[in-house]
Design a protein around this ligand. Structure first.
Ligand code: OOG
Ligand code: MG
Length: 263
């Protein structure tokens, strides 16, 4: 079921992507389109993905969002959501993120998965995810909602590719059998000060559960997670606001650390 016509979906996708590319904000789109449903929201996100592919961006993977209570509470929502990752979002490990290209960036500590086999729902579960995982790595996602003051509802944020903006992976890539992703501890540091702490289990009890949910979500839409995909499993803690001059580091127990600087 869809409530919006194809022309409206195309127009909203263009609008949101322009906001992303120009670093300017917008009121949430459900203000003007309260009738919008879930299929409309994902159709707008798909259209943004299609626009990027048409400009030669490569889709490198996916992200799960709002998978921890800390994030759901921070954003005032109660269900996870999913987006895509393009090569142009990636930053080099230890690299620089230009704040001038963004609206109001925030950083999230996450566990990244890289798949060696395709995963498709329905019926995908943690065991299947672990069996299909090549390795896991520390990751920081830079989210940057295109919505004014980071105020949105779930449909608006899905249409906006779940606030995806930049990400960095680094540290040590470990086979998934070499780490207990539930008990693994993380510390996020800003300018050398610890600002957030957590353990993997904050993400749906096990970060692989977020990947399974993603596979089931895609399966319901006739899509799969291809082998070789990078997946961000969702912020373990609340997102931390950053500004030019800040240095961020994420340390993950037994998995080293990943850093980035904001300029
Ligand atoms: C939505 C994206 C959340 C995560 O890891 O929870 C997300 C937002 O909070 O803007 O990426
Ligand atoms: Mg995230």
């Amino acid at each position: 079921m869809m409530k919006l016509d194809p022309a409206t979906i195309a127009r909203l996708a263009e609008h949101l992507e322009n906001c992303e590319l120009q670093g300017r904000d917008t009121p949430k789109i459900t203000d003007d389109h309260p009738e919008m449903d879930w299929d409309d929201a994902y159709a707008i996100q798909d259209e943004i993905r299609r626009r990027k592919i048409a400009r030669n961006a490569r889709i490198v993977g996916f992200k799960a969002g709002l998978t921890s209570h800390a994030k759901m509470k921070q954003m005032g929502v109660s269900t996870p959501c999913f987006g895509f990752l393009a090569d142009c979002f990636a930053l080099a490990e230890g690299g620089e993120c230009k704040v001038s290209e963004l609206i109001h960036p925030k950083v999230e500590p996450e566990i990244a998965f890289v798949t060696k086999r395709a995963l498709q729902g329905p019926g995908c579960h943690i065991g299947a995810v672990l069996a299909a995982t090549d390795f896991v790595m520390p990751a920081m996602e830079v989210i940057d909602s295109r919505y004014r003051d980071f105020k949105f509802d779930l449909k608006s944020v899905v249409a906006d590719n779940t606030s995806a903006a930049r990400f960095v992976v680094g540290g040590r890539a470990l086979p998934v059998g070499d780490v207990d992703l539930r008990t693994v501890g993380i510390v996020l540091e800003k300018n050398g000060e610890p600002v957030a702490f957590g353990a993997g289990a904050a993400v749906l009890g096990h970060p692989a559960a977020a990947v399974a949910m993603l596979a089931n979500h895609l399966g319901a839409r006739g899509e799969a997670i291809p082998a070789g995909s990078l997946i961000l499993s969702g912020g373990i803690t609340e997102a931390v606001a950053v500004q030019a001059g800040d240095s961020l580091a994420l340390r993950v127990q037994g998995m080293g650390s990943v850093g980035m600087r904001f300029l």
